[in-house]
Design a protein around this ligand. Structure first.
Ligand code: GLV
Length: 313
């Protein structure tokens, strides 16, 4: 069993009970080459969303590999089909990060609509300011329309929170929501984009959602609208987003994820109509431990011949 990153003790305890655990010697994410060397001969890999699990990595691991346990709900970093061909189970960590990610989505939504980052920068820069009737006005949320792209667990958790702020919630998704989902209007994506005051992305990154928010989609949004992305960076065409902001096609964007992480599009950095956080959606002490423990349980289950709690393939 190989870990691509050091894990919290609670997760390591789950793994050492069933396997001989190899932890990385370095305290940083491994490069692709280092990971290929590390996985040779492993029967299980517990990895991060940064780690690309593709044919080359699976070849480097060898035929005894039984499970890839990704510590993330998104698993676009794993070639699930290549794993399936080799009989390697893939697991992710849904559920345990729903609240944390929904909370950060609301933090970004509030932050961009009420200009929190911009105000913070103004004060730190020592610029002169004074309370005035029209000073740094933002956009109120009561009665505003929130459009959720994707209505899975995280989208629904955002809907519940947004309802508490008096927002009208709609969603675009391939399937209608289950009966126990919070009430929300289902709209075709084009209508959702055109009618929302805030568009928030909660879909997985797949070939079908890559650049879902492209130049045309941005142009179809209201010029007063905001875009929030806590899903995956490549769902948005970042260059098109910068151009749309520059042209005033939308009012602002709050982004926790980026097309080429950890690099940022240079056009985003200097803009006051953009709020940026470094992929913090699940970044609470409690959530990260829960994610690592769930990934460990998944790996341990496969190694002991049981069905993993949260498989994806
Ligand atoms: O981005 C984080 C995750 O997919 O869990």
């Amino acid at each position: 069993m190989v870990l691509s990153r050091r894990l919290p003790d609670a997760a390591v305890a789950v793994l050492t009970a069933v396997a001989d655990v190899h932890r990385p010697e370095v305290d940083r994410p491994l490069g692709a080459e280092e990971l290929r060397t590390a996985v040779a001969g492993a029967d299980a890999l517990v990895c991060l969303l940064l780690d690309r699990v593709d044919d080359a990595l699976l070849d480097a691991a060898g035929p005894q590999l039984k499970v890839v346990a990704n510590i993330a709900v998104g698993y676009d970093n794993v070639d699930v089909e290549a794993c399936r061909r080799r009989g390697v189970r893939v697991t992710n960590t849904p559920g345990v990060l729903t609240d944390a990610t929904a909370d950060l989505t609301l933090a970004l939504l509030l932050g961009i609509t009420r200009r929190v980052g911009e105000g913070d920068r103004l004060l730190r820069a020592g610029r002169s300011w004074g309370w005035d009737l029209d000073f740094m006005l933002g956009t109120g949320l009561r009665g505003a329309r929130l459009g959720l792209v994707g209505y899975g667990a995280i989208g629904q958790a955002v809907a519940r929170r947004a309802a508490a702020f008096g927002m009208h919630v709609a969603y675009a998704a391939r399937h209608p929501a289950a009966a126990d989902a919070p009430p929300a209007e289902r709209l075709p994506l084009a209508d959702l984009l055109a009618s929302s005051d805030v568009v928030s992305l909660h879909c997985p990154l797949t070939p079908g959602t890559r650049h879902l928010v492209d130049a045309a989609a941005l142009r179809s949004m209201r010029p007063t609208a905001f875009l929030v992305n806590t899903a995956r960076g490549p769902v948005v065409d970042e260059a098109a987003l910068v151009a749309a902001l520059e042209a005033g096609e939308i009012r602002g964007a709050a982004l926790d994820v980026f097309e080429d992480e950890p690099a940022l599009h240079p056009g985003l950095v200097g803009r006051d109509d953009v709020l940026l956080t470094p992929h913090l959606g699940s970044a609470t002490v409690q959530t990260r431990e829960a994610m690592a423990v769930l990934a460990a349980r998944n790996a341990a289950a496969v190694l002991t011949g049981q069905e993993p709690p949260t498989p994806v393939g």
